[in-house]
Design a protein around this ligand. Structure first.
Ligand code: ADP
Ligand code: MG
Length: 252
């Protein structure tokens, strides 16, 4: 099977720090890959490079066989990659619905134009987009929050909104950066169900997470970063019993 994402010897330094150092990694369609490692290992930086926020100093990134190295973030989103952030990045003083609508519009620009030519009424096309956004919120149990300002909602709901926003862009590949951070046990359980559901619906997922119970529950494959380098990759059980990984991360 062809990888959906191929990372080939990617590096980036900040000053003298090699945040990401010649990382190569394949991600296959339908996979949930866990990306773990100590704080400062380069996990978020790797996400930032793949999603176009930073340009790598060397190496290439291929998405569905296409070289996306150095492309702008909006272009990469349009191609089908979206993400959540370690520190939640939503429009806090806007409603949940508005946050989802913004993401939806990115996906719908083309279909909106198409609908316009079919229906000849822009208003009708706009209404369809809104309906789809509401349906999406509803399917994630968020319909009752649609008109609430994001800042008024608990962190668990905010993290879920960010995931739904990533889905609303129409992405096939979704990056989640520490989605369980700040969540209580019940919220974490709900998060696990959301991740499993996205995967059932065909999304490929890369998950940065420190909660090893969560990682064990959802990830079949794990990659371990350490000082910017890929230390190991493999199944949860091989990773968990690997002396190098225990020494670098799990044993601490
Ligand atoms: P992780 O997500 O694994 O905790 P990061 O990718 O956030 O690690 O950070 C990797 C290294 O790169 C750290 O040493 C961090 O201080 C550094 N770093 C990350 N982003 C920046 C930045 N924008 N400017 C300077 N240094 C950065
Ligand atoms: Mg991070």
């Amino acid at each position: 099977m062809e990888p959906i994402l191929r990372i080939d010897r990617v590096s980036l330094s900040f000053g003298g720090v090699k945040a990401v150092n010649k990382v190569s990694l394949n991600v296959y369609p339908g996979q949930i890959l866990g990306l773990i490692g100590p704080n400062g290992a380069g996990k978020s930086t790797l996400f930032n490079i793949i999603t176009g926020l930073y340009k790598p100093s060397e190496g290439r990134i291929f998405f569905k066989g296409r070289d996306i190295t150095g492309e702008k973030p909006h272009k990469i989103t349009a191609l089908g990659i979206s993400r959540t952030f370690q520190n939640i990045r939503l429009l806090m003083d806007r409603t949940v619905f508005e946050n989802i609508l913004v993401a939806f519009h990115r996906q719908c620009q083309y279909s909106l134009v198409q609908t316009f030519f079919i229906t000849r009424t822009f208003k009708q096309a706009e209404r369809q987009v809104k309906e789809r956004a509401l349906q999406l919120l509803d399917s994630f149990g968020l319909a009752s929050t649609a008109d609430t300002l994001v800042e008024e909602l608990p962190q668990g709901i905010q993290r879920r909104i960010e995931i739904v926003r990533a889905v609303a862009t129409g992405a096939d590949l979704i990056f989640l950066d520490e989605p369980a951070a700040g969540l209580n046990a019940i919220e974490t359980k709900e998060l696990i169900e959301v991740i499993k559901r996205l995967n059932r619906e065909g999304k490929t997922i890369i998950l940065i997470e420190h909660d090893m119970k969560l990682v064990k529950e959802v990830c079949e494959e794990i990659a371990v970063l350490h000082y910017g380098q890929l230390l190991r990759s493999g199944t949860f059980d091989t990773i968990r019993s690997d002396p190098l990984v225990i020494q670098a991360y799990l044993g601490r």
